[in-house]
Design a protein around this ligand. Sequence first.
Ligand code: 0O2
Ligand code: 0O2
Length: 222
Amino acid sequence: MKEWKQFLGPYKQAVAELKVKLKGLRSQYELENIHTPVEFVTGRLKPLASIYDKTLEKGIPFEPSEALAKELPDIAGVRLMCQFVDDIGKVVQTLRQRTDMRVIEERDYISNKKASGYRSYHMIIEYPVQTIHGEKTILAEIQIRTLAMNFWASIEHSLNYKYKGELPDEIRHRLERAAEAAFRLDEEMSLIRDEIHDAQKYFSAFKETPDRDYGEQKWKGE
Ligand code: 0O2
Ligand code: 0O2
């Protein structure tokens, strides 16, 4: 068990660091009063039980090793949720340009949705972690999706868990229809995004608190 803990240490650290860094994107956009393409960020270390299941699926030994790390690029996983489909492209561009990570693979399950109805944009990155024994470069997965895609994926994930991957036909069909509905919702939201932006600008100007540090009581835009 200690071996696993040591092996997983850098991955755990990477998840924590990436969450802070990617949440930082959001604050930077907010500071500049630009629509933020990132709604919220979550992250997780793949549980040992899921690592075990994946090794069985892939027919590889369940032991902390470089071979396992290569076969399972999502031991460290971070997820970025966006309001609009267009935001995903912006986030992808931003991530490609960063110098603290290197994108080595991209999978576009938005243009090419999975048979289940799953949609998301996946990036595999190389990410350097500083350890007491020096720098260790690990692989991590970043999933980027809209709120609607995330809603669908989390429900489908729970149902798959409940039915141990053997979804009854009726539920599978319902999920396929729900995936189409989520797709249409994203399309609709994109069409009215300009109107939403105007409303959000108005709302953030209205809720902004006066800047007491400078002794001024000023509303934004005044
Ligand atoms: P805030 O201030 O709510 O934005 P931590 O390591 O403590 O920062 P934690 O609890 O490990 O974060 O986060 P996790 O479970 O990886 O991600 C949860 C974050 O995503 C929380 O924000 C939630 O508020 C946010 N979140 C989860 N689901 C939704 C959702 O449906 N909509 C929105 N808008 N946010 C969601 P934080 O980080 O606690 O900060
Ligand atoms: P978790 O942590 O439970 O999310 P594989 O070769 O099978 O290991 P593959 O197909 O090469 O994986 O990788 P892919 O599809 O690029 O990424 C796998 C991850 O994407 C999954 O992780 C899910 O998070 C997500 N995903 C892929 N397909 C679906 C789907 O049909 N429904 C849902 N809800 N999520 C999906 P894990 O391994 O399930 O782990």
